[in-house]
Design a protein around this ligand. Structure first.
Ligand code: PEP
Length: 259
């Protein structure tokens, strides 16, 4: 059981689902079902077009709003991109950066992700940086190498002070949307490695404080055993975050009582 002082975070990534009205309704259900005494952080990441509507619903609640991506430039001829100041204007305090779907489908490189990290930090937006290996990489014993490369790339040129608020999400690609969750031991092992890398880059104080979320088929049924691992500080949840009752169960994971 974790005995650390890191505040757990549970984040819901709604991907390219829900209209503004549907997202607002789901956010309202989350707000209503949340334990008012909950000590950990909850984050909702609707699609861009639903940000304003969800932000209005979340007023007066402790739930944070996140975008699923952010541009690295502040303004200009970048058709289709959304700037840090624009997501802030819509109410976001956080931005998911480097999700594996952005890496794989939209061909985002570590260099692009690094630029997005810097732009978010400059705008005082908390990056939720996603990293993780594919099945092929895991099976060919490249997991650690991939994680190290992604971390070094994402944090290049970012000082410890600038990196202070960053949240890292370890999301093995083979576990995202597949129903195959990493076992608690597999996740703990990867989280330990990530924390060691952060110690190597920024020192022990930083590594002890940085929050590392697990993502990949997190469900109401497996959250408790995942959160019981000492280096798992929360979860980034896709599919299960679209169902209010299930996601509320994930948010109110049982291990919270012992933290
Ligand atoms: C995700 O979108 O980051 C994710 C982990 O999805 P899922 O929970 O559906 O696997």
């Amino acid at each position: 059981m974790a005995s650390n002082k890191r505040t757990p975070m549970i984040a819901g990534n709604w991907k390219m689902h829900l209209t503004s009205k549907e997202a607002a309704d789901l956010a309202a259900a989350m707000k209503k079902g949340l334990d008012p005494d909950l000590k950990h952080e909850v984050l909702l990441a609707p699609t861009f077009t639903a940000l304003h509507a969800v932000n209005a619903v979340l007023a007066g609640s402790k739930i944070f709003l996140s975008s699923q991506d952010v541009a690295w430039e502040e303004k200009g001829a970048f058709t289709g991109a959304v700037a840090p100041s624009q997501i802030k204007d819509a109410g976001c305090t956080h931005a998911i950066i480097g999700h594996s779907e952005r890496r794989k489908i939209f061909l985002e490189t570590d260099e692009v992700i690094n630029k997005k990290m810097k732009a978010a930090i400059k705008a005082n937006i908390v990056p939720v940086l996603c990293i993780g290996e594919t099945l092929e990489e895991r099976e060919s014993q490249k997991t650690y190498r991939v994680l190290e490369t992604q971390l070094v790339g994402a944090f290049a040129g970012i000082s410890a002070a600038e990196a202070a608020k960053v949240v890292i999400a370890y999301e093995p690609v083979w576990a995202i949307g597949t129903g195959k969750t990493a076992t608690p031991d597999q996740a703990q092992d990867a989280h330990t490695f990530v924390r060691k890398q952060m110690e190597r880059i920024y020192g022990k104080g930083y590594a002890d404080a940085v929050r590392i979320l697990y993502g990949g088929s997190v469900k109401a049924e497996n959250i408790d055993e995942l959160m019981a691992q000492p280096d798992i500080d929360g979860a980034l949840v896709g599919g299960e975050s679209l169902k209010a009752d299930k996601f509320l169960r994930v948010i109110h994971f049982q291990a919270a009582l012992s933290r």
